[in-house]
Design a protein around this ligand. Sequence first.
Ligand SMILES: Nc1nc2c(ncn2[C@@H]2O[C@H](COP(=O)(O)OP(=O)(O)O)[C@@H](O)[C@H]2O)c(=O)[nH]1
Ligand SMILES: [Mg+2]
Length: 385
Amino acid sequence: MDLLLLPLLLASAVFLYALVSTFRFQTKPLPPRTEPELVTPPKKPEPAIEPEPAIEPEPAIEPEPEPEPEPAVEAIAPPSRERLKEGLKSTRGGFIAKLSSLFRNRTKLDEAIFEEAEEILLTADIGVRTSMRILEDLRDRNAAGELKDENSVWSALKAGAREILDSAGSGGALNLGPAPAVILIVGVNGVGKTTTIGKLASQFRSQGKKVMLAAGDTFRAAATLQLEVWGERVGAETVKGKEGADPSSVIFEAVKRAKEEGVDVLICDTAGRLHTKAPLMEELAKVSRTIEKVLGRPADERLLVLDATTGQNAIQQANTFKEAVDLSGIVLTKLDGTAKGGVILGIVDQHRLPIRYIGIGEQVGDLAPFDTALFVDALFERDDA
Ligand SMILES: Nc1nc2c(ncn2[C@@H]2O[C@H](COP(=O)(O)OP(=O)(O)O)[C@@H](O)[C@H]2O)c(=O)[nH]1
Ligand SMILES: [Mg+2]
């Protein structure tokens, strides 16, 4: 058994030796050991704060195809009855309220009351002549036994006011000729001519009419610009000249173009400076003649714009303008800002000129075509009754 193991052990030893030497032969000698350099491990970058996941945008609703932007044109119809009443509030709170409290609970009118009424009418800038006329009517009715109570006095006052306003044919539509109808606007600086033109143009536009404006106030560039702004706002073309140009030449051009371009209504703005001096009146007379020449007839409406807040002064202004232009009617502006709205009676009574429109505010919709009955009702409505 031992004898058998011996060669086997020998063979294993040889095999092992061979194996070990082969292995040695093949391995490279190890490089000399060096101390590893001390390397500070790079600082781990702070973990970046994970940005909040962006809120997924709501899936955009597919935009409707943009509608073609409507030109922002303000074509506005006249004010409502309610708006008219609101606009006349100051005047109602003025002489109307005073008259109302004077006559409240009266069953008998005596001379003292008539005198007090006269004072109230005069302070409302109705004018002496017109005030006398109204009082005379009241006295007559009183003598005839018609004024038995507060309500009958009030009805009599309203009837008197209506009679005066109707006497000049106030209200109703403008008398416009075949297209192009031409409206000439005159009046002192600041009364509201340009604003009235803008409002008026807006109303015509709301009726689907093609409107053109003529910048006849060439005195200041700003005046032309103001009219142009209105024109753009309401969708009307503005014909203008250079600053200081002859207003008649601008108006001439405008009437010519209105004819060529199928315009329905041409509204002519004019200057209003120095109404006491002759040149403006000559200028306006020339403008009138120019329109007549190119149009073949006078301007269909020749409207004088008066500012109600100027009271009796407005009545004087009408005298001056009447001499230059054959006026066809009056636009009374700023009735919203005055307790002296009674001046409307004085103007009509003295000048026998119909009221065409009244201005009751600065907004584009604040121009009311004049309607006597509506106006008198709105004016004489007793807020305190
Ligand atoms: N409260 C009020 N202001 C008005 C009225 N009409 C015009 N205005 C204002 O009066 C000022 C003068 O108006 P404008 O049109 O320039 O007068 P123009 O010089 O005669 O052309 C402006 O500030 C207008 O807004 C109205 O009816 N009521
Ligand atoms: Mg003006």
